[in-house]
Design a protein around this ligand. Structure first.
Ligand code: FPP
Length: 233
């Protein structure tokens, strides 16, 4: 099987999964967070080198405040506990998105986690928090505009490559495969620049039920595709 080197996941369906069980939406997020931990190990064992997951979007702030708080608590706990696990699994963890809107203690945990794991050579695991593709591109454009204003960059030097350097994902590999769970056929503002030529795989399975077998199915579907980058084959 031709395993994708870089995989991105829209982990959708936590709320519907919980509702179907007569439980609050936040129960779905708790289960979803457990699945994240397992999938990191499974992905690396399958040969995936880069895994990026969408944990909280720039639009998710508009959810009911108790749900936002529950998600922030999960992410806060995850960042704290992840250092130990990442060291054990040799995982290099990074967070993308606008971190400035997160509580200061979460920002500190993220900085500690990124610093502690930066030299690890296993899975490159990236978590998108307060992330939106449009916002990432806007922030990159602001950085470029400032460089031009300060005379550090000339307009003619704004290329795809120089622009990419200002994106949150600089240094990571663009996704070969974008997986979305729970059936919706949307990109939902995730990695808009980076997914330009990603293969897309949608499964009806809700994120809390996603597991190694489902990941293998997604990789097999990818393996049977012929990739095209606008060229004639
Ligand atoms: C989408 O399901 C999921 C989210 C908005 C949050 C994803 C977060 C996690 C899986 C847990 C925390 C992550 C980490 C990295 C520890 P939804 O709530 O929109 O589900 P629905 O479409 O059924 O309502």
């Amino acid at each position: 099987m031709n395993v994708p080197k870089s995989v991105a996941i829209i982990m959708d369906g936590n709320g519907r999964w919980a509702k179907a069980k007569g439980m609050p939406r936040t129960y779905g997020h708790v289960q979803g967070a457990k699945v994240v931990e397992q999938i990191c190990e499974d992905a690396y064992n399958l040969g995936i080198e880069y895994l990026t997951v969408y944990a909280f979007s720039t639009e998710n702030w508009s959810r009911p405040s108790d749900e936002v708080e529950a998600l922030m608590k999960l992410l806060r706990d995850y960042m704290k506990n992840c250092i130990k696990r990442a060291s054990k699994n040799n995982m290099c963890v990074r967070v993308i998105g606008d971190k400035s809107r997160l509580d200061k203690d979460i920002q500190k945990s993220i900085a500690d986690l990124e610093e502690a794991t930066k030299d690890n050579t296993g899975l490159h695991f990236t978590i998108a928090i307060n992330y939106g593709g449009r916002d990432e591109i806007r922030r990159a454009a602001c950085k470029i505009a400032k460089k031009v204003k300060d005379g550090e960059l000339k307009e003619e030097d704004i290329t795809i490559e120089s622009f990419e350097k200002e994106l949150d994902t600089f240094g990571l590999k663009d996704p070969d495969l974008l997986i979305r769970t729970c059936g919706e056929l949307r990109i939902s503002n995730f990695l808009l620049w980076q997914c330009s030529y990603s293969e897309i795989y949608i499964t009806d399975v809700a994120w809390p039920d996603f597991n190694k077998d489902e990941l293998i199915k997604a990789c097999e579907a990818y393996s049977n595709r012929t990739r095209k980058f606008g060229n004639v084959l």
